[in-house]
Design a protein around this ligand. Structure first.
Ligand SMILES: O=C(O)CCC(=O)C(=O)O
Length: 289
């Protein structure tokens, strides 16, 4: 069990994120929690081998990305509500922020560097703008130059343009031993580094957004309702059971009440959740050229 950050620690971290566009929080994932997550990733490799998307230049040729994780093992419910992240993000994204997307980023040996990009490009708003997105990169193995630590362009979050695909930027690596979590705001230029080691760089990318923005992964439609009703209230809030400045209502109220009326008592055992693993090969087949 992690003791809470002090208010001063949380404020200092938020100030660094505001200044640089990113900040590292070391020793944020206790060893037993890390072990549980790694075992769950091994289980996913067995049931949905190679990750949930086919190899591609941007997302990686030998990088395994699993999504829709809240429909998988229970451990993901605890990942989403990491207490230190929940302490820091109100200072970055404002109250009422939402979980936006959860994915793994298991970068295999030999993977070249990912193109430098921003995570809030999905909104296509003119820059600079208030923080819409904050990613949290979870280092489950050491993030080093050799293993392909995420690379960021310091202070780029304040720039008035998105990265140019062919331009080379001055990047720095987010070096952290396994167990660290790095916060990277959505407008900060960044990308996974090249993995020149002989082993996987195992990471999660757990991404949150301002509470009035659409979530990047369609969590509201994707998560089985019966299952969602069993989640902790703070996770339900992150999924949209609470309105943010009036956005996201049902009958002009927080959705929690209507969700309980509609789905309270629903069966958490949704047979589709097993069938979806069986659809893996179909889902990840490369489209015909
Ligand atoms: O894996 C990383 O280091 C960065 C991942 C990332 O930026 C992305 O997939 O959008």
């Amino acid at each position: 069990m992690l003791p809470p950050l002090s208010e001063a620690e949380a404020a200092a971290l938020a100030a660094r994120i505001a200044r640089d566009g990113y900040a590292i929080l070391p020793d944020a994932i206790p060893a037993d929690f890390r072990q549980e997550i790694c075992e769950e990733l091994e289980r996913l490799e067995r049931v949905r081998p190679g990750g949930d998307i086919p190899p591609a230049p941007f997302t990686g040729q030998v990088t395994r990305r699993w999504f829709d994780l809240l429909n998988d093992g229970e451990v993901w419910q605890r990942v989403a509500v990491h207490p230190w992240i929940l302490q820091v993000l109100p200072k970055v994204l404002g109250e009422g922020f939402l979980l936006s997307t959860m994915g793994s980023a298991v970068v295999g040996p030999g993977e070249p560097a990912q193109p430098i990009h921003v995570d809030d490009g999905v909104y296509a708003f003119p820059r600079p703008h208030p923080n819409l997105v904050c990613n949290t990169m979870w280092a489950l193995t050491d993030f080093t130059e050799e293993t392909g630590a995420t690379r960021v362009v310091p202070e780029s979050h304040a720039w008035d343009h998105d990265p140019h695909p062919r331009k080379r930027y001055g990047t720095v690596p987010l070096l952290m031993p396994a167990g660290g979590i790095a916060f990277v705001v959505g407008s900060c230029f960044h990308g996974a580094g090249a993995n020149r080691s002989d082993h996987d760089r195992v990471a999660l990318t757990i991404n949150y957004c301002n509470g009035s923005m659409r979530q990047q992964e369609n969590l509201m439609l994707g998560i089985s309702p019966g299952r969602m009703m069993g989640f902790a209230p703070e996770l339900q809030d992150l999924l949209g059971f609470r309105t943010c400045k009036g956005a996201g209502h049902i009958f002009a109220q927080d959705p929690r009440r209507e969700m309980n009326r509609h789905y309270g008592g629903s069966d958490a055992q949704d047979s589709y959740l097993e069938r979806r693993n069986g659809l893996h090969a179909e889902r990840t087949a490369r489209p015909p050229a």
